[in-house]
Design a binder for this molecule. Structure first.
Ligand SMILES: C[S@@+](CC[C@H](N)C(=O)[O-])C[C@H]1O[C@@H](n2cnc3c(N)ncnc32)[C@H](O)[C@@H]1O
Length: 260
């Protein structure tokens, strides 16, 4: 099998299959949030770090106007090609989510599955929340989902799963490589084993993610408390009727922030 050391984000077709094969729970949860937390009409949706737009195009098909940014131009091209193919109006752009502007405010922002942790410094994380505040209208929300580092209990961070579409199957593994609590940097190995009728390929990558204990997350939230009020927390079970309390054992948290 051919092995490539590369960014998984440079292979949007494969990324989209690995992370986009089952989006029903996420989609229903997001729509539940629109209904439960947003004052006024929800029409315009924005996703920072949108990647291939696996959620955006589905929401676009349901009639929402969609927009987004991502650092990776291949993902952005893939996303825009799909939006165009489906005759959806929205387009996404190449941009850095730590510092960006939009032309016209959106009603809702969302950013799930840990993308936020790609921002490796406090300045970048805060810059992101400030940029998002400028991108979302008053009374709108930002749904932000990522893993916390539990301060008690064991982190459960090895994963393996398989995804299939047509004649393509991808087996994915993800495992911790190193963790530096002081620098707040966690590295994870990730491997896609790809099987198609014409190609078998192995892509190896290392994801560098910033870590957040509950206390570190609380300190970040406090620094933007004049812009964003956290109204509820959920876990990655995506059950809109089951908000949670977060504590030192919490591993995954989806925060619903309301734009003040
Ligand atoms: C785990 S993927 C998530 C993609 C998409 N949100 C989804 O749910 O499928 C993380 C994405 O973050 C993007 N990314 C990383 N750093 C970024 C930054 N500073 N600004 C914008 N996008 C970034 C990557 O290019 C990648 O597409």
């Amino acid at each position: 099998m051919k092995t490539t050391k590369a960014s998984i984000y440079d292979f949007p077709k494969y990324y989209d299959l690995v992370f986009g094969s089952d989006t029903t729970a996420e989609m229903n949860f997001l729509k539940g949030c629109f209904k439960k937390y947003v004052k006024g009409r929800v029409k315009r949706l924005f996703e920072p770090a949108c990647g291939t737009g696996r959620l955006l195009y589905r929401l676009g098909k349901e009639g929402y106007d969609v927009g987004g940014i991502d650092l990776n131009d291949k993902a952005v091209d893939f996303c825009n090609a799909r939006l165009k193919r489906l005759k959806l109006k929205g387009r996404v752009q190449v941009g850095d989510m730590s510092d960006f502007e939009v032309e016209k405010p959106f009603d809702v922002g969302f950013n799930t599955i840990n993308s936020f942790r790609h921002l490796l410094s406090e300045d970048a994380a805060k810059g992101h929340l400030v940029s998002m505040a400028n991108a979302i209208r008053t009374g709108g929300i930002y749904v932000l989902g990522f893993h916390l580092t539990p301060t008690h209990g064991e982190a459960d961070d090895e994963e393996a799963w398989s995804a299939k579409r047509g004649q393509t199957t991808i087996n994915t593994q993800m495992w911790p490589v190193s963790k530096d609590a002081k620098k707040r940097l966690e590295c994870f190995g990730i491997r896609f084993d790809i099987y198609t009728p014409t190609e078998t390929l192995k892509i190896n990558d290392v994801l560098r993610l910033r870590s957040y204990t509950l206390k570190q997350f609380q300190s970040l939230k406090k620094s933007v408390a004049d812009l964003w009020e956290p109204v509820d927390y959920f876990d990655f079970g995506y059950e809109i009727d089951k908000p949670n309390l977060i504590n030192g054992a919490t591993q995954d948290v989806i925060t619903v922030f309301k734009r003040l």
